[in-house]
Ligand binder design. Structure first.
Ligand code: ADP
Length: 217
């Protein structure tokens, strides 16, 4: 729910001074009690405020947490994506390991010669390949990567909530952010990366920019 300026002012007053009566809020805003009544009714019905008879209005922090969660859910992947680290699918496992250290990432995306998404290579894929294999320079990543059609992707215009659900349901750490080139043939251009860290960072940034950091009591 989008609050009006006056409703926001009321919330601020109740946050600071609650529990506080309707009459006292009206005095602080230099308005009459009757003028404020509809706003107080809305804020109480929406759950932003709680009211107790003979005590007054007090602030309900849970409603803020709900609003924060809702605003996080609506954010678009494209505004939060990180830079994707890609390797050619013909690159060696050895080069992929070097790349993962140099770029300080947990997952690489393999592309074909047209630059389209061909595979995902995670830390565990590389560890698995490294066990008992002493010729990593000769082994192409295409042999060990998770490949199409098994790659879970997120479109640039999906929401962070969509991305978070995919990460959780598929037990993976990252998703390539893609733009469809030819959906029927599953041809995608990789334009970014969403990881568990991206989503955690988005959560913190949203709370900070909206000044809504929940104070632990
Ligand atoms: P780690 O290996 O570091 O634990 P993940 O949990 O992300 O990283 O990877 C586990 C497995 O899932 C690996 O085999 C990897 O190739 C695969 N995987 C990772 N991301 C995706 C994805 N977006 N789509 C499909 N498979 C993936």
């Amino acid at each position: 729910m989008k609050l009006s300026k006056r409703q926001q002012e009321i919330l601020e007053i109740v946050k600071e001074d609650g529990p506080i009566t309707g009459k006292q809020i009206a005095e602080k805003l230099s308005l009459t009690r009757a003028t404020l009544r509809p706003d107080l009714a809305i804020l109480t019905m929406a759950g932003n405020l709680d009211a107790k008879p003979r005590v007054g209005y007090f602030y309900n922090p849970q409603s803020e947490a709900r609003q924060n969660a809702a605003s996080l859910a609506k954010q678009i992947v494209n505004n939060y994506k990180a830079h994707p680290i890609v390797v050619q699918k013909s690159a060696s496992v050895y080069d992929a390991i070097v790349q993962i250290f140099l770029e300080d990432v947990g997952t690489l995306y393999a592309v074909d010669k047209d630059g389209l998404l061909a595979g995902v290579i995670s830390r565990k894929d590389l560890l698995r390949a490294a066990i008992g294999n002493n010729n990593l320079e000769e082994l192409p990543v295409s042999v060990i990567m998770t490949r199409m059609p098994n790659i879970v992707t997120v479109q640039y215009n999906e929401t962070l909530l969509d991305a978070a659900k995919k990460l959780i349901h598929n037990h993976i750490d990252s998703l390539p952010v893609v733009r469809e080139v030819d959906g029927e043939n599953q041809l995608y251009e990789v334009i970014g990366r969403i990881t568990k860290t991206t989503i955690t960072r988005a959560y913190v940034e949203l709370l900070e920019t909206e000044g809504l950091e929940v104070k632990l009591l």
